[in-house]
Design a protein around this ligand. Structure first.
Ligand code: G3P
Length: 215
């Protein structure tokens, strides 16, 4: 399973990259806004740091605007993937960008049928938001189960990118369900590292090592 980091913070990306946890990066307008920099500058800086795919989201919601913005974003670097919001005109934008050889990631997916349409349109990535479904007492991971089943039945090329990840169980369930990619906030990556028995084991080994004669 590929690990993406869900952030626009270059320092977090460097930290995760040093640990081999950055197969790609996802950003969105909310994350870019936190940096205080322009979308173009943020994406350019990230693309210099990582070799994997970097999702950069369009702001327009009309077809021409989405395509124009997508073409401009794709010029920033070869590894840019244009993030398009799920909507009727968004599917048309995906097809147009794909015909120009531009990769796309359709975001804000909340149903298996939306995901099916995304694959039919020829998107590179499909981003279901599990945490936001859980927030309204829906089954976020149930959605991933349905999408992975549909995509594998029909051998779609579109990859499932689990987004809106809030805790390590989302990552574990994604791996068990065979999702292609999970995009995590840096905090969730950190939470996966620690285990109380690991820490206890390190302390015991250190204590025992102190008893070994001459080190
Ligand atoms: O990748 C999408 C993600 O950033 C949304 O996460 O926590 O705002 O639902 P969240």
């Amino acid at each position: 399973m590929k690990f993406y980091i869900d952030t626009a913070d270059i320092e977090e990306i460097r930290e995760a990259n040093a640990r081999g946890l950055v197969d790609g990066v996802t950003t969105n307008p909310s994350l870019v806004a936190k940096t205080g920099k322009s979308n173009k500058d943020v994406i350019a800086e990230i693309c210099k740091e990582v070799s994997g795919l970097v999702s950069a989201e369009v702001i327009s919601t009309d077809l021409d605007g989405m395509v124009k913005e997508g073409v401009e974003l794709a010029k920033i670097a070869d590894n840019v993937v244009v993030k398009i919001p799920m909507c009727d005109q968004g599917l048309v934008a995906v097809r147009r960008l794909a015909s120009d050889g531009i990769k796309t990631n359709v975001t804000l997916i909340f149903s298996p049928l939306q995901a099916l349409l995304v694959a039919k349109a020829g998107a590179t990535l499909c981003s279901p938001f599990v945490g936001r479904l859980d927030d309204i007492a829906n089954d976020g991971m149930g959605l991933i189960n349905q999408i992975t089943q549909i995509y594998s039945t029909y051998n779609y090329d579109t990859e499932v990118l689990v987004a809106s990840v809030r805790h390590p169980m989302h990552v574990l369930d994604s791996a068990l369900m065979g999702a292609d990619i999970v995009t995590c906030p840096y905090k969730v990556m950190q939470q996966m590292i620690d285990h109380p028995l690991t820490e206890k084991g390190i302390q015991k080994f250190l204590a025992d090592a102190a008893q070994i004669p001459n080190g």
